[in-house]
Design a protein around this ligand. Structure first.
Ligand code: SF4
Ligand code: SF4
Length: 346
């Protein structure tokens, strides 16, 4: 769905971020629940019993405060479809944020019915860019080993198939790389293609696993170091034609660099253009570094107010001086790439 005004508005925000003149985040990473039916080895979210998560009235206040500043809503969990009111949450943001250009989330694909209902709602909305990823962490046996559930792989494949029938949605399989599965990228692709014959190599997203205390509930670190081939991305010509493929290519190239240095290869734009908001309305720098900046619940959901506290300013300085955990997590890497286009020469 084309909406020139939203694209133009987003381009201006990215240009301002490149010039260090952006004063409001354009992207939020919004955890709406910690409920999850998967049993991933790398993540302890599923062990949590969700309590006191933000309600619709609170999303109303948050989205009104974000208003025209919000261009990119990255919903997360837990499993987003575990919230019975997922569509209501989406409706609230779409109603109150007129410049909303991108809505994306990743799902384990276990609840196909609820996933397709939410996807159909988005597909018929006025959001120009909708991205839904289904987590597939290897061929069937490896996927089940890493994510639990005897039928989890086939359910994920079925959801992937069903999503691909909808219009206006960019659907990908998303493979998180660990030491255990990083040698299985091509096998994973071939096995998915066995189920979905027209599945393309560019439709398999790759990202590295990271640890985080406040998000995954494991000890924060720069993650495992899966063995990656120098050319782990796609060689498809598409990457030269589609902006998203260019971003993915830059992400993967810098992932190799990150593995060597353990320093984020591009200045991180967390707490500038993008922020993490927990299921309780707590504002954190990002998904990885356990640094709470403030409570939106305590500040009437005024994000701008918390972003301008001395604590936020100090944390921003720490991030720009690489005094954070350092990571190359895709949730933050993509806006960081966009915000540093003037510095990236290739
Ligand atoms: S990684 Fe995602 S799917 Fe797996 S347990 Fe954690 S929240 Fe659930
Ligand atoms: S590099 Fe950015 S995303 Fe990673 S830990 Fe530091 S502030 Fe967070």
């Amino acid at each position: 769905m084309l909406n020139i005004g939203k694209y133009l508005n987003f381009s201006i925000k990215v240009a301002l971020a490149n010039l260090n003149k952006l004063h409001h985040p354009y992207k939020i990473f919004l955890v709406i629940t910690k409920s999850c039916g998967s049993r991933c080895l790398n993540c302890h979210i599923w062990r949590e019993v969700p309590t006191n998560e933000l309600g619709l009235d609170e999303y109303e206040k948050l989205s009104i405060n974000l208003g025209k500043h919000l261009s990119w809503l990255n919903i997360s969990g837990g499993e987003p479809t575990d919230r019975d009111d997922l569509i209501e949450i989406l409706k609230i943001f779409i109603k109150n944020c007129p410049n909303l250009l991108i809505v994306n989330f990743t799902s384990n694909g276990l609840n196909q019915k609820k996933l397709i209902e939410a996807a159909e709602y988005l597909s018929n909305s006025n959001i120009p860019i909708i991205g839904i990823n289904i987590s597939i962490d290897g061929p069937e046996k490896m996927h089940i080993k890493l994510r639990g559930g005897e039928d989890s792989y086939l359910k994920a494949i079925a959801s992937l198939k069903a999503l691909r029938k909808l219009k206006n949605i960019k659907v990908h399989a998303s493979m998180t790389l660990f030491e255990a599965n990083s040698h299985l990228i091509e096998e994973t692709f071939k096995e998915i293609k066995g189920h979905i014959p027209n599945f393309r190599r560019t439709q398999l997203h790759l990202n590295q696993s990271f640890h985080s205390e406040h998000y995954y509930r494991n000890k924060a670190s720069s993650g495992e170091t899966p063995k990656l081939q120098p050319h782990i991305g796609t060689k498809s010509l598409l990457r030269f034609l589609a902006p998203m493929e260019i971003l993915k290519s830059i992400y993967l190239k810098n992932l190799i660099k990150f593995q060597k240095t353990k320093k984020n290869p591009i200045p991180c734009s967390s707490l500038t253009s993008n922020v993490y908001i927990s299921e309780h309305g707590d504002l954190y720098t990002c998904t990885i570094w356990n640094q709470k900046v403030g409570s939106l619940r305590n500040e009437e959901f005024d994000l701008h107010k918390i972003m301008n506290t001395q604590k936020a300013k100090d944390l921003r300085l720490d991030i720009s001086n690489n005094k954070c955990i350092n990571c190359w997590s895709p949730c933050e890497a993509f806006p960081s790439i966009l915000d540093n286009l003037l510095k990236i020469h290739k």
